[in-house]
Design a binder for this molecule. Structure first.
Ligand code: PLP
Length: 375
C-alpha cells in the first residue's frame, strides 16, 4: 500500500533540485560566513545572493529580508519588537491565527502593559472588516494589527491590501503571517501596505528550520535573539547557509511554476470537494472553501459518529496522511482552536486535507473511497 500524503499545509517534501543546491554547503563549503578568509567569504556570498533572490521574487529590497529559523521565530520577533521597540500597547488579532502568533500575544499581554482585542469573525471564517475599523478607530494607543494572509487550517485568505490600507489610515503597524502564502501566492511587497511578513521554507518544498522575516525599510527594530552580529545585527547565530540557499532555491522554483502549479492543485481541491459532496452524506466544509481561499487547503466537516471520531487514526492505518488542525495539534485529540472559533458545532469532526503538486486525481479517488468505508 502506497502512502498518500495530504498534509502539505503542515510540511512539504524537499525538492531534489533544492537539495542539490544546498548540498555543497552541507559538505565542502562549510566555512564561517562571518570570517575574513576567502573560504568563508564564499559562503557569505551565497547568503547574500540568496537574500537578493528572495527580495527579487517578493518585490522587496534585500535590506528588508532577514533569515531566521522558521515561521515561529519570525512571528515571535515581530510581535515582541512591535511592543518593545515600536511602542505598540494594543494588539488587534484574531482567534484563528497560528499558535506562533496567538500564544506570543497571550504571553505579551501577561507580561507587559499590552492589551489585546480579537476582531470578530464572519460565519465563513473571514474577519469582519467593519469591526476591525471600529477597533482601530477607537484605539487610543499605538496599535499592532496581526492577521494572517491565509489560514493554515481552513485556507481562508485575508484581503491584505484592504487591511493594510485600514492600518495606514489609523497609523497602525501591520503584520501578516504569510507562512502559508510565501511560495504559493504572488506577493509584491513593494505594492502591499504591510510592515512585517513572515515565511517558512518547508511549506513550499524547501528545507525545515529556515524562515523569512520581512521588515519594511521604514521600520527599525532591535534583535529578538542576542549574540553575534549576523544578519546585520538583527538575528544572532551562525547562519544556516545551506538552509538559506535552500530557501532561495525553493522560492525561485515555486515562483517560476506558480501559475501552472496553482491551476493543477486547485483542480485537485475542487475535484475532491465535488467527489465528497457526491459520495458522503452530510459532508460539509469549513471556511470559504471555494471563495477567497487558498487552493492548497480543503477542510472537511464530517458528521460526528463513533467511526468518524477515529477518522484520523483510521486514515493513518490506511496510509493516508491528513490532519485535524495545525501541525502541532494534528493527531492529538485537543481539537482545533480555529474550528472552535468559527463553528463551534460539537456534532462535527474536522479533517484538513492539504495538497501539493505531487498529489494526483487517483490519490483523491482512493482517499474519497476510503472515507466512504471509514465513516
Ligand atoms: N504560521 C503559520 C500560518 C503556519 O502554518 C506555521 C507552520 O505550521 C507557522 C507559522 C510556523 O512555522 P514554522 O514551522 O516554520 O516555525
Amino acid at each position: 500500500m502506497n502512502r498518500i500524503y495530504l498534509d502539505n499545509a503542515a510540511t512539504t517534501s524537499l525538492d531534489p533540485t533544492v537539495l542539490e543546491a544546498m548540498m555543497p554547503y552541507m559538505t565542502e563549503k562549510y566555512g564561517n560566513p562571518s570570517s575574513i578568509y576567502s573560504y568563508g567569504r564564499e559562503t557569505r556570498m551565497a547568503i547574500e545572493s540568496a537574500r537578493k533572490s528572495v527580495a527579487r521574487h517578493l518585490h522587496a529590497h534585500p535590506a528588508e529580508i532577514f533569515f531566521t529559523s522558521g515561521g515561529t521565530e519570525s512571528n515571535n520577533t515581530v510581535l515582541n519588537s512591535a511592543v518593545r521597540d515600536l511602542g505598540c500597547r494594543h494588539i488587534i488579532t484574531s482567534l484563528i491565527e497560528h499558535h506562533a502568533v496567538t500564544h506570543t500575544v497571550e504571553y505579551l499581554c501577561h507580561s507587559n502593559t499590552v492589551r489585546v482585542s480579537y476582531v470578530n469573525l464572519l460565519p465563513n471564517g473571514h474577519i469582519d472588516m467593519q469591526h476591525l475599523e471600529k477597533l482601530l478607530s477607537s484605539s487610543p494607543d499605538k496599535t499592532l494589527v496581526s492577521l494572517m494572509h491565509a489560514n493554515n487550517e481552513i485556507g481562508n485568505m485575508l484581503d491584505i491590501m484592504a487591511v493594510g490600507n485600514l492600518c495606514k489610515k489609523y497609523k497602525a503597524i501591520f503584520h501578516s503571517d504569510t507562512v502559508q502564502t510565501v511560495g504559493h501566492f504572488p506577493l509584491s511587497l513593494r505594492d502591499t501596505p504591510v510592515h512585517f511578513i513572515t515565511g517558512s521554507a518547508h511549506k513550499f518544498h524547501g528545507p525545515k528550520g529556515v524562515g523569512l522575516l520581512y521588515v519594511n525599510e521604514n521600520i527599525q527594530i532591535k534583535p529578538f535573539l542576542h549574540g553575534g552580529g549576523q544578519e546585520r545585527n538583527m538575528r544572532a547565530g551562525t547562519e544556516t547557509t545551506y538552509g538559506i540557499v535552500g530557501f532561495a532555491k525553493a522560492l525561485e522554483l515555486a515562483t517560476e511554476n506558480m501559475e501552472a502549479d496553482t491551476a493543477y492543485i486547485l483542480s485537485l481541491k475542487k475535484y475532491m470537494h465535488q467527489q465528497l459532496n457526491e459520495k458522503i452524506k452530510g459532508v460539509g466544509f469549513n471556511g470559504d472553501v471555494l471563495g477567497n481561499c487558498l487552493y492548497t487547503v480543503l477542510n472537511v466537516s464530517l458528521p460526528k459518529t463513533e467511526k468518524s471520531e477515529l477518522i484520523l487514526y483510521n486514515l493513518d492505518i490506511n496510509q493516508i496522511c491528513a490532519s485535524g488542525g495545525s501541525a502541532c495539534t494534528s493527531g492529538a485529540d485537543m481539537g482545533s482552536h480555529v474550528i472552535r472559533a468559527i463553528n463551534n458545532n460539537p456534532n462535527q469532526i474536522a479533517v484538513r486535507f492539504s495538497f501539493s503538486k505531487h498529489n494526483t486525481k487517483e490519490e483523491v479517488d482512493s482517499v474519497v473511497s476510503k472515507l466512504t468505508e471509514l465513516i
